[in-house]
Design a protein around this ligand. Structure first.
Ligand code: GAL
Length: 335
């Protein structure tokens, strides 16, 4: 075996020092500042109108679906996309009054549209609250499309498994099983409706928070625990958010406990994001700051979720920073 020459050893040493450095370059920090309380604008300069919605991640892109409240009542459903939650591209009105469905904008309106992707059918599926002006219909609706930006077609409208259903959300578990969760029985209970494999219809119902009059439910699954944040039913006015946890989505939910301040920092939950990166995962509470000061100017608020002594915590920050690639966040002045 030949001995390494002096130059050879120098070369080896240089390589050994370089390899970790190259690794570190790949992990370079890239902080994005999230500012709360301001109006979001899209790349055309228009105000982002996507309230009561949710987010769907497709590769590095996040799609935001929500109510267009520019004209207050009878919202159309808008879709935007972003990679950093700061630059928003308007993808179009994916469900439109009178166009997508003859009753929409006439005898029915949509609230809280929620978007999912079904890997089996390769369809994008929207569930939402499908309502009459006086909230007497208490129905839901389902729309479906081959591509995220539409066109969406109505698949079904009605009361899920015959249940009066209002404020709603969806939750897709790690195994792809999806649920529609809504405020049922004249705002008395929450109904957790397990959906069929194609996400088109409910197959079973479980009553959660019985008699506790909760709405705006948002569920996230972290480790072996499900967390559900919800509000009381006080219309557009904010109230104390509460949290419940369970190891099983259908049973064993804890009592409700307060989270955040007594008006949820002037928000009502719309969704909880799971942002995975190379170093960690950031969970983000997203809420609507309704009537700020009127419906069209309602804001979308994003707050990083923290855990203290194993408990989920929600605190308010005017601004904070996230590194999407690494999946970490920091409060703005932290070094
Ligand atoms: C809220 C509900 C909203 C909307 C509003 C109408 O309680 O969360 O989605 O229905 O009432 O007053």
């Amino acid at each position: 075996m030949t001995q390494l020459s002096f130059m050879g050893r120098i070369f080896m040493l240089a390589m050994l020092t370089l390899i970790p450095t190259v690794g570190m370059w790949a992990q370079q920090e890239k902080w994005t500042t999230i500012k709360n309380g301001i109006e979001w604008t899209d790349t055309e300069g228009y105000v982002v109108q996507a309230h009561g919605g949710n987010f769907l991640q497709v590769g590095k892109r996040w799609y935001l679906i929500g109510e267009d409240r520019a004209r207050s009542w009878n919202p159309d459903v808008n879709l935007y996309s972003t990679e950093d939650f700061v630059t928003w591209k308007f993808e179009g009105k994916i469900i439109q009054n009178r166009v997508t469905h003859e009753q929409l904008g006439v005898s029915r309106m949509i609230e809280r549209p929620k978007l999912m992707y079904n890997a089996q059918t390769r369809k994008f599926v929207v569930w939402c609250h499908w309502e009459a002006r006086n909230y007497s219909a208490s129905e839901a609706a389902v729309f479906e499309s081959d591509s995220v930006a539409g066109p969406y077609k109505c698949v079904w409208t009605g009361r899920p498994l015959g249940t009066k259903s209002r404020d709603c959300n969806v939750f897709v578990d790690n195994d792809g099983k999806a649920y529609f969760i809504s405020t049922t029985d004249e705002n008395t209970n929450l109904g957790l409706f397990e959906l069929s494999d194609d996400y088109r219809e409910p197959v079973s119902k479980t009553v959660l928070c019985e008699g506790q009059r909760r709405e705006a439910p948002a569920i996230v699954h972290i480790g072996d625990t499900y967390y559900m944040i919800s509000s009381a039913c006080t219309g557009w006015a904010p109230n104390q958010a509460k949290i419940a946890t369970s190891h099983n989505i259908k049973t064993g939910w804890s009592e409700l406990e307060n989270i955040g301040d007594n008006i949820a920092f002037d928000t009502q939950a719309s969704s909880i994001l799971t942002i995975k990166g190379t170093e960690g995962t950031v969970y983000v509470y997203v809420g609507d700051r309704w009537m700020d000061p009127d419906l069209p100017q309602s804001k979308i608020i994003m707050l990083p979720i923290t855990f203290e002594d194993g408990k989920m915590q929600l605190r308010y920050y005017d601004s904070w920073q996230i590194d999407f690639n690494r999946g970490v966040f920091r409060l703005k002045d932290e070094k």
